[in-house]
Ligand binder design. Sequence first.
Ligand code: PBG
Length: 335
Amino acid sequence: MNSHPLGQFPSYRPRRLRQSPVLRRMVSETQLSVTQLVLPLFVRAGRKLRHPISAMPGVFQLSPDELVREATLAYELGVPAVLLFGIPETKDVRASGAYAANGIVQQAVRRLKKELPQLLVITDVCLCEYMAHGHCGIVQQDRHHTRILNDPSLKLLARAAASHAEAGADIVAPSDMMDGRVRAIREQLDKQGFADTPIMSYAAKFSSAFYGPFREAAESAPQFGDRRSYQMDPANANEALREVALDIQEGADIVMVKPALAYLDILHRVKTEFGYPTAAYAVSAEYSMVKAAAANGWIDERAVTLESLLAMRRAGADIIITYAAMDAARWLKEK
Ligand code: PBG
């Protein structure tokens, strides 16, 4: 906007363009479409398993057969992509399950790509679900100190990402927040012949209480300490731009801001500053809070969900990862 219009047009009456639905639609600045949504899914070993997550009504840990069913429903509703998280049968301090050729995510990716080749399969690349201690990197403990080692963790992350690509993942999405992991993953992918596999990096990922319910879903709560030495301080916005700049330099194709609703200022600045394909992750507690209030009859779930997703779009999100993707897909169809 170059000049303020009100000085020049004293007769401006904003309500003129709000008189009818067709007019309102015509001047609407932001559109929300199912083509932008990504549904996170949790997979674990077993058959016919749909284990509910108590704090996330409608979300389940699924065995691979049930995962295919759920993904098929999503795909039929028009949801173009899923984001996979794995719950391994055993955990250790090397996160072996994260990069095992026949790990749970690797198996699930192969099944999904075989049965639903058109569905975009994105894999979360992290170590926390596979580590006995639940941290996103290798832990070094001595009597006084617990440290999450950065560079040694990069090798494991790069192996995990490459094993996902090998299984057929369309996009890999590192969420660990170790420094330099995008470069390490890019190099490993290129070396193994996956130069065309995009990286969606959790670039500005904050150390957030809004991840609470997820840790039940992914069984990935840290057994000691917290994630504040690697995830970002919620107070910091300028630092978020540096994190994003770094990931872009290292080769990220899509950058993500997480959580979404409480961080729309960050989302807006990231989109404005870099103009990169930008994703927002509406995280577990964002979903749980809406479900809880709706279950009490306190809010209109559909209206609140669609308004929140629209707000993320308005702030700059091209892609929205949300547990409500299937609900939203249904509601957008009815509209
Ligand atoms: C793993 C990971 C987390 C989430 C996505 N990937 C948890 C965490 O960092 O503790 C959170 C997602 C959500 O809350 O919905 N590193």
